[in-house]
Design a protein around this ligand. Structure first.
Ligand code: CA
Length: 85
């Protein structure tokens, strides 16, 4: 059974990884986040995802960008799918 992290968990993970306290993650901090979530990506994969996550190309991952990555990969609660009738 897998439990997906809650919003509070994600914010806690993000805040803990944000060593600089500037509310954004650099590549090293992003790597720490992934490790703390138990994700084992290679350095190349991490770099690739970091670059794709950084949608505004400022070289850092904001919390919004971080959330988007997790949602895209199914690790976070996203919008509920519309009920099928
Ligand atoms: Ca960014």
């Amino acid at each position: 059974m897998t439990t997906r992290p809650t919003e509070d968990d994600l914010l806690a993970v993000f805040t803990r990884a944000d060593l600089g306290g500037d509310e954004k993650l650099d590549l090293m901090e992003f790597t720490l986040v992934l490790e703390s979530l138990g994700l084992a990506w290679t350095r190349a994969e991490t770099q690739d995802r970091f670059e794709r996550a950084d949608t505004n190309r400022d070289g850092f991952i904001s919390y919004g960008e971080f959330r988007a990555v997790l949602e895209a990969n199914g690790w976070a609660e996203g919008p509920l799918p519309a009920p099928q009738s």
